[in-house]
Design a protein around this ligand. Structure first.
Ligand code: FES
Ligand code: FES
Length: 175
């Protein structure tokens, strides 16, 4: 059954944001990035180009990295959305990727960082042992005007190695 969305009208939507159910009203043309920031106050998600080029607005939708400026808020209805706020633990402790970014000075102004972290979080789960070339190819979808990418690449490779090591330790037989 199709639903007709009337321009100018507001529509009730409900989705899970960072593990918590939320409801809100959105105009049909409102971008998900704007809804997250302005309606929900999830300002960790940044907005740069607003046409899918810079990657700053990247979030995860049902576990997949997505540009939130290329998605309408009404399309989030019934989905699971994760923003950068979801990466740290309950007590605010940084995850392995965030710690590696801090250690390797992988950010300066930080404008691009939330989007890069959300893409890397998804990409490293699928590519746990990446080589530098494929990592740089993935990062070419994110514009960073400050760092020259060297620290970001180092941090991502370091975090990937740490996460692999953690999994090996968990899988190792106890003697
Ligand atoms: S703000 Fe979405 S890709 Fe630039
Ligand atoms: S750290 Fe400034 S744009 Fe990337």
């Amino acid at each position: 059954m199709s639903t007709t969305l009337r321009a100018g009208a507001r529509h009730r939507i409900a989705f899970v944001l960072n593990g918590r159910g939320i409801e809100g009203d959105a105009e049909p043309r409102m971008l998900l990035s704007d809804f997250l920031r302005h309606a929900l106050g999830a300002t960790g998600t940044h907005v740069g180009c607003e046409h899918g080029v810079c990657g700053a607005c990247t979030v995860q939708v049902d576990g997949l990295a997505v540009r939130s400026c290329l998605m309408l808020a009404v399309q989030a209805d019934g989905r699971r959305i994760a923003t950068v706020e979801a990466l740290a633990g309950d007590e605010g402790e940084l995850n392995a990727l965030q710690k590696a970014f801090r250690r390797n000075h992988a950010l300066q102004c930080g404008f691009c960082t939330a989007g890069i972290l959300m893409s890397l979080d998804d990409w490293l789960a699928k590519n746990p042992d990446p080589d530098e070339r494929s990592l740089r190819e993935m990062l070419s979808g994110h514009l960073c005007r400050c760092t020259g990418y060297t620290g970001i690449v180092r941090a991502a490779l370091e975090a990937a190695a740490e996460m692999r090591h953690g999994e090996e330790m968990e899988a190792a037989p106890r003697v």
